[in-house]
Design a protein around this ligand. Structure first.
Ligand SMILES: Cc1ncc(C[n+]2csc(CCOP(=O)(O)OP(=O)(O)O)c2C)c(N)n1
Ligand SMILES: CC(=O)[C@@H](O)[C@H](O)COP(=O)(O)O
Ligand SMILES: [Mg+2]
Length: 644
């Protein structure tokens, strides 16, 4: 355990109501304590530290000024909510963040009345806040609605859809733009440049502050508030604020989000005077107040446990390259062979590994910002032009681009290659980030080819296959984390579309694996073999088109056929059942079982714990095969006993 910091101001409060009794100096001191507490806690748990450190003063100020939980504070993404959790009755559990059975790393309704709206995917906060504002105006027991959204997250279309609607609704609503000039990577796009322009606007460019607004500000801070003069004027402010004002918002800012003498009076004035939607532009530093974070390139966006004194993170030494790295490297090799290959990422160049290609072929890698919908259609356009786009998006975030996949890609049969990282359960980020649904939602689409990599070599083959495949859209999925650890060639091979492979041949039961649970299937086979059961393992490779010949062969020669996938019901297993049922093949000697994620969300924990919770361990697979084959349950070894 690290040395706990001394936090007298934080120790003196039980919840946000206490903040409303503190003077401004005490609130500033409280913010210092809170920052120290967050650093200390995250050093023990890991998590999204940089974003949380950037909003310490802002979080204190909002809770001090607004009447939470009656007023609804909605953090966009929610990855910056650790100070909020500490202030809202969860300090005693803050050192359980992202651990099994502990606090979520995001806001979560089930956790606290101070989390009125759950999040983890970005750019939803303004829509949700507007919903609360309408609820209030229609008599629901709710107060003001305050959305806190980052400069990265405000690049997504959904934020503009919400502002467009909020501006025309004209209801009292607060949007606080937390502008730290960072997304996960440095932010991209015209919006980012626009915000930087606002930040650079000299005070003297602004028009006169409205009398009514000025009068509610205490004398000493009037100067700071000169930047907030548009609150009740609605007057255009030269270049500053014009976009937000055009959308119907009053624009206040920019103000220094680490200076309580600016934050508190501006929030108080806004709260007192606002009658319609207001956007308060707050400038902060990601990682503020912790030197290793401020100095790091990613501003400590997501960190593992670390040493507070040195900032050194406790990264475990990898046994094998990550799937992400294997993908990024294989893509770069393909890009070298074919100049038509381009890559698209939605604000995750490092997370998806396309930054590896970017180092060699920078002009062919496109970071579109947090804009998955646009990213998919942009890729479709590039494919229509004759390019070969690889659209690299995490499974969970690709959900955002589903209509674009259906309407712009699949329907037009355009050869967009979807590289789907973080397939399956991902661990500490929990259910919001689980890649559970892509097999089902993609395999349902005509024209779409869907592959899943059984290991990192298979991933290389799939990258090469996708690069070579021009007949229509093709997707391949692979999980978060390390591969199994194997010798890898320079370049993958092209595999035949719709053909699986036999990994080992047996005669009693067949396990048909799709994707990276292949290794778990091997463990299950060893457990079964220890019981005298002869096992075939097949790697389906394709959820679509199915290798129907392979499936029928397995069915003919075994007493049981068990499909296994790292995905939800309605995926690969369902495709197999559908296919067999339609051919009247389900009533024969061979019993068929499907093993998928269960029909519920699984809370954050280490991935193997989550898979155990899901009933998808080697023991579960072996037991299912035995039961299906009616072999009789003898003792099945536990995974701990199974060292092989
Ligand atoms: C729809 C969606 N796409 C991608 C992400 C991954 N993601 C999480 S935080 C983040 C950056 C957010 O930047 P910003 O809003 O500026 O917050 P900051 O981290 O700078 O505090 C990204 C890309 C996400 N959560 N949701
Ligand atoms: C908050 C968010 O959405 C991302 O930061 C996410 O936590 C990244 O996850 P990976 O660590 O899997 O890239
Ligand atoms: Mg940011």
């Amino acid at each position: 355990m690290t040395n706990r910091p001394s936090t007298p101001f934080l120790d003196s409060i039980a919840g946000p109501a206490d903040l409303r009794r503190m003077n401004d100096t005490a609130l500033a001191n409280l913010a210092d304590d809170l920052r120290a507490e967050v650093i200390s806690a995250v050093s023990e748990t890991g998590g999204h530290l940089g974003s949380s450190l950037g909003v310490v003063e802002l979080t204190v100020a909002i809770h001090a000024v607004f009447d939470t939980p009656r007023d609804k504070l909605i953090f966009d993404v929610g990855h910056q909510c650790y100070p909020h959790k500490v202030l809202t009755g969860r300090r005693d559990r803050i050192r359980t963040l992202r651990q099994e059975g502990g606090l979520s790393g995001f806001t979560k309704r089930a956790e606290s009345e101070f989390d009125p709206f759950g999040a983890a995917h970005s750019s939803t906060s303004i829509s949700a806040a507007l919903g609360f504002a309408v609820g209030r105006d229609l008599g629901m027991p709710t107060g003001d609605a305050i959305a806190v959204i980052g400069d990265g997250s405000i690049s997504a279309g959904m934020a503009y859809e919400a502002m467009n609607n909020a501006g025309s609704e004209g209801r009292r609503l607060f949007v606080i733009l937390n502008d730290n000039e960072m997304s996960i990577a440095p932010p991209v796009g015209a919006m980012s440049k626009y915000l930087s322009g606002l930040y650079a606007s000299p005070l003297g460019d602004l028009h006169k502050m409205a009398e009514g607004f000025e009068s509610v500000l205490p004398g000493p801070i009037r100067d700071h508030a000169r930047r907030a003069r548009q609150l009740v004027t609605g007057v255009q402010s030269g270049n500053a604020g014009t976009l937000f004002e055009s959308l119907g918002f009053s624009y206040i800012g920019p103000i220094d989000g680490h200076d309580m003498t600016q934050l508190l009076p501006v929030l108080r004035a806004a709260k007192t005077r606002a009658t319609g939607p207001v956007l308060i532009h707050v400038c902060t530093k990601k990682g503020k107040g912790y030197a290793p974070a401020e100095q790091s390139a990613d501003k400590y966006h997501g960190v593992s446990k670390f040493n507070v004194a040195s900032g050194e993170q406790a990264k475990s030494r990898p046994n094998a390259p990550s799937y992400t790295k294997v993908f990024g490297t294989a893509l770069t090799v393909e890009a070298q062979h074919d100049p038509r290959i381009v890559a698209v990422t939605a604000a995750m160049p490092n997370g998806t590994g396309v930054d590896i290609m970017g180092q060699r072929f920078g002009s062919r890698v496109f970071d579109v910002g947090i804009a998955e919908q646009h990213g998919v259609t942009f890729a479709a356009g590039m494919a229509a032009s004759g390019l070969k786009p690889f659209c690299a998006i995490y499974s969970t975030f690709l959900q955002r681009g589903y209509d674009q996949i259906v309407h712009d890609v699949a329907l037009q049969n355009l050869p967009v290659r979807f590289a789907i990282d973080r397939a399956g359960l991902v661990g500490a980020d929990g259910p919001t980030h689980a890649g559970s649904f892509d097999i089902g939602y993609l395999a349902a689409l005509p024209n779409m080819v869907v592959m899943a990599a059984g290991d990192e070599l298979e991933l290389m083959h799939m990258v090469r296959t996708a690069a070579a495949y021009d007949a229509g859209p093709i997707a391949f999925r692979y999980p978060r984390g390390e591969g199994v650890g194997m010798e890898l060639p320079e370049r993958g091979e092209i595999i035949e579309i719709g053909k699986g492979r036999i990994v080992q041949e047996g005669s009693d039961v067949a396990i048909l694996s799709l994707g990276a649970h292949l290794d778990e299937c091997r463990k299950a086979a060893r457990q079964l073999e220890a019981q005298g059961v002869s096992v075939t393992i097949a790697d389906a490779r394709f959820a679509k088109p199915l290798d129907r010949a392979l499936i029928r062969q397995l069915l003919r020669h075994h007493k049981a056929l068990v499909t296994v996938e790292q995905g939800a019901q309605g995926g690969f297993g369902a495709m197999v059942l559908h296919d067999l049922a339609n051919d009247g093949l389900l009533d024969g000697r061979c019993q068929v079982r499907t093993m998928t994620l269960p029909d519920r969300y699984i809370d954050h924990a280490a991935p193997d714990v989550m898979y155990a919770e899901a009933g998808l361990t080697a023991v579960d697979i072996a037991a299912t095969a035995m039961q299906a084959a009616n072999i009789g349950l003898r003792r099945v070894q536990s995974p701990v006993a199974d060292q092989g």
